[in-house]
Design a protein around this ligand. Structure first.
Ligand code: NDP
Length: 244
């Protein structure tokens, strides 16, 4: 299946590392004009070295005011990938208010905020658009020590559905991808211990974690006009984990 984003303008958050970085590069390869947002300048520097057509923006998305200021001159965007997130693992009884607030600020509130900014422009131009939120299998299945992360991703799935409901009439589609573990920096945090990894892969019918490219391909599909009638779905990219 050939996908082209020639003439489209895309914004990817959390584009410094992992899934977000690979998504930004894939979109650029498919012809999109990509703006990459993340909070570590060094990552943006290497990203632009790798692909000179990418426009870098450095901001901590947990900071509402700084995000507003950074994105104010963004210009028109057709495709948005809300990918940035943080995961700090702790047992339920040890969760602190700071960990809770930080995670909800990035994983949920910033998605709302960036989407508002982008969708207002899409609505005003009447051009429609496609938004993909990067959620997780953790939105629908309890994982030990993932209290706050699971809660943020559960909230994100409902945010996706309400956005799909309200933005649909403006021809703005909103969907999520819900991957199983991917061995990025975030994935290694929770799953590099082989015993722990085995306890997860043994519950995945395909018997393996997802690769970054597996997630990127699903994001590209949902962004593209190949999924023109798909709106408000939470698409597992989990080898069947959530089906069992
Ligand atoms: P990484 O930790 O590898 O990359 C996350 C990126 O987001 C980094 O560039 C990071 O920047 C950026 N980011 C984090 N917080 C902020 C912030 N406050 N402001 C701006 N940028 C920020 O994660 P992954 O690539 O693994 O994860 C990408 C998405 O996929 C996330 O939504 C995650 O929840 C989801 N996911 C991941 C899974 C996995 O196993 N890896 C499984 C299921 C879902 P910096 O490094 O500078 O903090």
């Amino acid at each position: 299946m050939e996908v082209s984003f020639a003439g489209k303008r895309a914004l990817v958050t959390g584009a410094g590392k992992g899934i977000g970085r690979a998504t930004a590069l894939a979109l650029a390869r498919c012809g999109a004009k990509v703006t990459a947002v993340t909070r570590t300048q060094a990552d943006l520097n290497t990203l632009v070295q790798e692909c000179a057509s990418i426009t870098p923006l450095c901001v901590d998305l947990a900071d509402w005011g700084a995000t507003e200021a950074t994105l104010q001159n963004l210009g028109p965007i057709d495709l948005l990938v809300n990918n940035a997130a943080c995961a700090s693992l702790q047992p339920f009884l040890d969760v602190t208010p700071d960990q809770f607030d930080q995670s909800f600020s990035v994983n949920v509130k910033a998605v709302l905020h960036v989407s508002q900014i982008v969708a207002r422009g899409m609505k005003a131009r009447g051009s429609g658009g496609s938004i993909v939120n990067v959620s997780s299998q953790a939105s629908q299945c309890a994982l030990r020590d993932h209290t706050v992360y699971c809660a943020t991703k559960g909230a994100l799935d409902m945010l996706t559905k309400v956005m799909a409901l309200e933005l649909g009439p403006h021809q703005i589609r909103v969907n999520s991808v819900n991957p199983t573990v991917v061995m990025t920096e975030m994935g290694r945090l929770g799953w590099s211990d082989p015993e722990k990894a085995k306890s997860m892969t043994s519950r995945i019918p395909l018997g393996r974690f997802a690769e970054v490219e597996d997630v990127v391909n699903s994001i590209l599909f949902l962004l593209s006009d190949k999924s023109n009638m798909t709106n408000g779905v939470t698409l597992p990219v989990d080898g069947g984990f959530l089906a069992c």
